[in-house]
Design a protein around this ligand. Structure first.
Ligand code: 5AD
Ligand code: SF4
Length: 366
C-alpha cells in the first residue's frame, strides 16, 4: 500500500477517487507519508514561515441560526456581548507589540448600520495606530457588496466566509430553510468578495452528521474550483444547545474527526500548493496539540486567540471549546515544533496568500 500511496502522491492532479483513497488511510506510516509530502510542498511553495494572526472574537450577537452553532441567534442561554472599540484597539496594540503581522476580526453576522460603521471605524483606527503595518482579516458573515467595498477601502484585505459544506443536501441539513441561510447566496458572496479585491478564504466542517468521505473529497474539489486564496477548515464539534446535537449518537469518534481533519489539510495542501491554510481553533477541542498537529500536516497560519478572557466564555461555538491555550503558550509550543520540523514563526509580515499574488500576476498578463 505504501507504494501505491507514493504513486498517488506523485500524480500531477488527483482524481476524486485518489482523494477518497488518501482520506481513507488508517495506518500511522501512511498518514505520516502524506503529512511529510504536504510539508515539503508547503515549504517549497509558500515557505516554512508560519504566519501569526491574532484572533479577536468581536461579538457573539448573530442574526443567523445555523443548526450546529452554539451562539446561534435562537440560543437564549448566551450572554451577548460586543467588545468596546477601545478594547479591540488594545488587542491590536498587543498584536503589534508582540510582532504579529496581522489580526482577524471575527463576529456573528449582523448587517445593521451601527455594526457596519463600528467595524469600519475599527479597521481605520487599527490601520492608523499601526501605521498600516498590521494586516486585517475579517470574518463577519454575509454583507452587502457596498459593505464589503467600504471595509476594503478602509484597509481590510482578507475575508473568510466558510461554505460549511459544498454538498447542497448536507448544507440544507445543517441550516434552517429560509432566505437567511441560502446556499446560493453564500457562493454569490464569495464571488463578490473576490471581485471587490479581497484575498478570499473559505472552508468547511469535517465530521458532520451523515457526511461521507466522498462528500469531503467533493469539498476539496469545490475549494479548488472556487480558486480560493485561503482555507480554514476544522472538525465539527457538537454543542448541546443546538438542534444538530440530536445526531450525537451517529457522529464519528473524536479520534476519527481528528484523523480526517489533519488528512484534509494535508491533501488540500498537495492540491492547492500556494494557498494559505489556517490551523482551525476547533482542532484544540479534539487534542491538546490539535493546532500544532495541523501545522505538521501542512497548514501555514496560526491564530492565537487575543480575545480578552472575560468575553471568551460567551463565544462557545461548540461544546467544550477549551479556554484556548493562552496565546503565548501556543507560540511556545509552535517554537518547539519549529525546531523539530524546521519551520519558524514569521514576525511582522502580513503573510499574504501567495496564491492571491500569483493569480493577480496572471490576471495582469491577461
Ligand atoms: N463545530 C465546529 N465549528 C463550528 N463553527 C460554528 N459552529 C461550529 C461547531 N459546532 C464554525 C463555522 C463557522 C465558524 C465561525 O465557526 O464553520 O463558519
Ligand atoms: Fe451566526 Fe456564524 Fe454561528 Fe451561523 S455559524 S449562527 S452565522 S455565528
Amino acid at each position: 500500500m505504501l507504494r501505491e500511496m507514493n504513486y498517488i502522491l506523485n500524480k500531477k492532479k488527483f482524481s476524486r477517487s485518489d482523494i477518497v483513497n488518501l482520506l481513507s488511510v488508517q495506518s500511522f506510516e501512511e498518514q505520516q507519508q502524506i503529512f511529510t509530502k504536504a510539508r515539503e510542498i508547503r515549504d517549497v511553495y509558500v515557505g516554512n514561515n508560519i504566519h501569526l494572526r491574532g484572533l479577536i472574537e468581536f461579538s457573539n450577537k448573530c442574526r443567523k441560526n445555523c443548526l450546529y452553532c452554539g451562539v446561534r441567534g435562537g440560543n437564549q442561554n448566551v450572554n451577548r456581548y460586543q467588545i468596546p472599540e477601545e478594547e479591540v484597539l488594545d488587542c491590536a496594540r498587543y498584536a503589534l507589540k508582540n510582532n504579529y503581522g496581522s489580526i482577524v476580526i471575527q463576529s456573528g453576522e449582523r448587517i445593521n448600520n451601527d455594526f457596519v460603521d463600528t467595524i469600519d471605524g475599527i479597521i481605520k483606527k487599527i490601520k492608523k495606530l499601526s501605521n498600516g503595518n498590521l494586516g486585517i482579516t475579517l470574518s463577519c458573515g454575509e454583507q452587502s457588496e457596498e459593505t464589503y467595498h467600504r471595509w476594503y477601502q478602509s484597509g481590510a484585505h482578507r475575508y473568510l466566509l466558510r461554505i460549511e459544506s459544498s454538498n447542497l443536501d448536507l448544507y440544507n441539513n445543517i441550516h434552517p430553510q429560509d432566505n437567511l441561510h441560502y446556499f446560493g447566496n453564500r457562493i454569490i458572496a464569495l464571488n463578490k468578495l473576490r471581485n471587490v479585491g479581497y484575498q478570499v478564504g473559505s472552508g468547511i466542517m469535517i465530521g458532520l452528521p451523515n457526511q461521507t468521505v466522498e462528500d469531503l473529497a467533493d469539498d476539496l474539489i469545490f475549494l479548488q474550483k472556487m480558486d480560493v486564496d485561503m482555507v480554514g477548515m476544522g472538525p465539527y464539534i457538537e454543542h448541546p444547545e443546538t438542534p444538530l446535537y440530536t445526531y450525537i449518537s451517529i457522529l464519528s469518534s473524536k479520534e476519527e474527526r481528528l484523523r480526517l481533519s489533519l488528512l484534509m489539510i494535508a491533501v488540500l495542501r498537495i492540491m492547492m500548493k500556494d494557498i494559505n491554510i489556517a490551523s482551525a481553533t476547533a482542532l484544540d477541542s479534539l487534542h491538546p496539540d490539535g493546532r500544532i498537529l495541523a501545522i505538521r500536516a501542512g497548514a501555514n497560519v496560526l491564530m492565537p486567540n487575543l480575545t480578552p478572557v472575560k468575553y471568551r466564555e460567551n463565544y462557545f461555538l461548540y461544546k467544550n471549546k477549551p479556554h484556548l491555550l493562552e496565546a503565548n503558550e501556543l507560540i511556545e509550543k509552535m517554537k518547539i515544533h519549529g525546531l523539530l520540523f524546521d519551520s519558524q514563526l514569521s514576525h511582522q509580515l502580513w503573510g499574504d496568500s501567495k496564491h492571491y499574488l500569483n493569480r493577480r500576476i496572471l490576471k495582469k498578463m491577461g
